[in-house]
Structure formats: C-alpha cells, structure tokens
Design a protein around this ligand. Structure first.
Ligand SMILES: [Zn+2]
Length: 191
C-alpha cells in the first residue's frame, strides 16, 4: 500500500535523510544524534545523507541549528515560519530560469558552495512547488516522513512498520485509542 512509503519525491528525500540524522531508534528509544559521526565519515555521509559532500564551512553547530529549524518546521508547518526564515537569512539564494518546452521554470540555487546552502535551496524549491508541508515529523517518535496521502493529514510515521527504522506509530496510536475506549466502556459498565 502506498501509505507505507515515507520517501520524499526528488531531492527533497535528501532533506528528509538529513532531518533523520537525529532520531529515536526503535531498538533503544534513546535520542540519538548521528550527525557528529557522519560528518567525519565521507563515505557514510554519501551513503546515508547526501551525495553533496560536507564543506569546511558546514560546522556541527551550524548544521545542528539548520536541522533543528527544519525539525521545528516539519513538526508543525503552521507554527515555525520564523525558524525557517532565520536559517534562510544565513544563506544567499539565486534565482535561475530554465525553460522547458516553452515553459519558463524558476529554480533557486545557493550561491554558497556549502551543504547547508544545498539543503536550503532544496527546501526553498519545495516550498515554491507547494509540497514542503508534506514533509513531516511523526507526532510520536519524531521520525521524518513524506505524507503521500491524498488528504495530506497524516500525523504518524507509518501505519505499519515501513522499514528497519519504522515504528508504526499510527498503529500504536490506534491501538492505544481502542484500548482507552474499551477501558472507558468497561469503567462505565462498572458504574
Ligand atoms: Zn513514529
């Protein structure tokens, strides 16, 4: 079924991977930041984060700030415009026109040759295209996923375990709600 697919379309998947360098893995349930390790391992970086290599200017504090801003935005797209505006303020983006079959298209590109600039140009283009708000973090485990549902109202990372990292929070939430209703019913029955 389609809803198990958490992968974001096109280069937005790179942003999702970057956001998920911070996670609460299923096995440990402990907040884990893989960024410091990944930043010092070019091969792991290319495999797990991006083919765009980290540059010397991409320091750990700056990438952590960027990731936090993206996490805040993806947790609630209505609430965190300031967080995104703050990180956009730190990077110069340039508009580039590309015409395809007579239709002019605009792409924003980073003037800084940094990974942070690369990520922000992807985010800017996804916002312009209107689908950035479908990149979300799970209300429970905070895993980032792309909402492929027609309604765009998905709140949890997956209704079933979508992969080794998937927790199926939607299913867990449903089961909890069912148990709660059953318990309420039982209590009312007792009264
Ligand atoms: Zn989840």
């Amino acid at each position: 079924m389609q809803q198990h697919n958490q992968v974001a379309p096109g280069d937005l998947e790179e942003v999702r991977r970057f956001i998920n360098t911070w996670s609460i893995p299923n096995q440990t349930r402990v907040e884990t930041d893989a960024l410091p390790t990944l930043m010092n391992d070019a091969h792991a970086w290319a495999r797990q984060v991006s083919l765009y290599p980290r540059q010397p200017a991409d320091s750990l504090p700056m990438l952590s700030t960027l990731r936090l801003a993206l996490r805040q935005a993806c947790a609630d797209h209505d609430q965190h415009d300031e967080a995104l505006n703050a990180v956009f303020g730190a990077v110069a983006l340039q508009a580039k026109v590309k015409s395809i079959e007579g239709v002019s298209q605009l792409r924003l590109e980073s003037l800084q040759k940094t990974y942070a600039g690369h990520v922000l140009s992807i985010v800017a283009n996804a916002i312009a295209a209107g689908h950035f708000s479908r990149l979300k973090t799970c209300g429970d485990c905070q895993w980032a996923f792309y909402d492929h549902t027609r309604s765009g109202t998905k709140r949890w990372c997956g209704m079933t375990k979508g992969g080794p990292q998937g927790r199926a929070c939607g299913t867990i939430a449903k089961v909890s709600a069912f148990r709660q209703r059953a318990a309420d019913k039982a209590r009312k029955g007792d009264a």
